[in-house]
Design a binder for this molecule. Structure first.
Ligand code: ZN
Length: 274
């Protein structure tokens, strides 16, 4: 069992307490921005789970260690995170050597960006668009909400019995194989888009970049569907969703100096396209 025992014991107690609360009809809200959705995993437990997933994913994914590329992606990610309700938590941004045009959020402040996405994102605002969307899934705690829905009772049962690693291994395999902890529902996608647009704007990136990268992804689905398969399987993307993003961007007050192009970005992007 990779998860430490105290984690499980605390986990079991909190699950039990929360299930009792739910059973009494009081419900329980996540403390994220999306209050009202049931989440049986506390924020501290989520960050602990994230540490465990990060160390196991380091064995399963081809992590990119190019210093300049990682520094750039990390600085971009931290700049976004500073504008969110989860700015006080530690976040880590990882680059994965994978031609799939994909990025994904892992519970507990970990965002993975594939080199295939960097190669596709023509300017920094486009990369920031997908990264802001993924950060928003994390800030809204969509991953652990989904885990609560899918595994809630199983986790409770195995946690109370003591030492059953099977649920954790299932979650790990899902993340490592499909690139996401969850196949997000349409509402979660909309929430991540809306939050992401706002986060980009507040961080000083042109939110129109999200519209552009989503259009590029839809376009790639026509031309080389296998390259964007993972992204579409975990994030349903439709023309209607892009219209909603466009509308959200239009509602923002005009702001000077929003970044869309950046020569430093072009330099690090060449490191994955050459
Ligand atoms: Zn999504």
């Amino acid at each position: 069992m990779r998860l430490r025992k105290p984690f499980l014991n605390r986990f079991a107690l909190s699950l039990l307490a929360l299930v009792l609360v739910v059973g009494l009809g009081a419900g329980c809200a996540s403390s994220g921005v999306n209050q009202g959705d049931v989440n049986l995993i506390s924020i501290d437990e989520e960050w602990q789970l994230g540490q465990q997933l990060e160390s196991d994913l380091a064995q399963k994914l081809d992590i990119n260690h190019d210093r300049a590329l990682n520094a750039y992606v990390s600085a971009l990610g931290q700049r976004l995170v500073r504008q969110t309700a989860m700015a006080d938590r530690p976040w880590t941004f990882h680059v994965v050597n994978d031609p799939q045009v994909n990025a994904f959020d892992v519970p507990g402040g970990h965002v993975y960006v594939n080199t295939g996405l960097i190669a596709t994102a023509g300017d920094v605002a486009e990369l920031a668009g997908v990264m802001a969307h993924e950060v928003s899934h994390g800030v809204a705690r969509h991953g652990t909400e989904q885990l609560t829905r899918v595994y809630g009772l199983n986790l409770l049962a195995s946690a109370l019995l003591g030492d059953d690693p099977s649920t954790y291994q299932k979650i790990l395999a899902q993340v490592a194989g499909g690139g996401a902890v969850a196949h997000y529902a349409r509402d979660a996608e909309r929430e991540a888009d809306q939050l992401g647009v706002r986060t980009m704007y507040d961080a000083g990136y042109d939110p129109q970049g999200m519209v552009e990268i989503f259009e590029a992804l839809l376009d790639q689905r026509q031309r080389r569907p296998s390259a964007v398969e993972q992204f579409f399987s975990s994030h349903p993307l439709t023309e209607e969703r892009i219209q909603d993003v466009r509308a959200a961007v239009r509602q923002l007050p005009a702001k000077r100096g929003l970044i869309s192009h950046d020569s430093d970005y072009q330099a690090v992007r060449r490191r994955v396209t050459r």
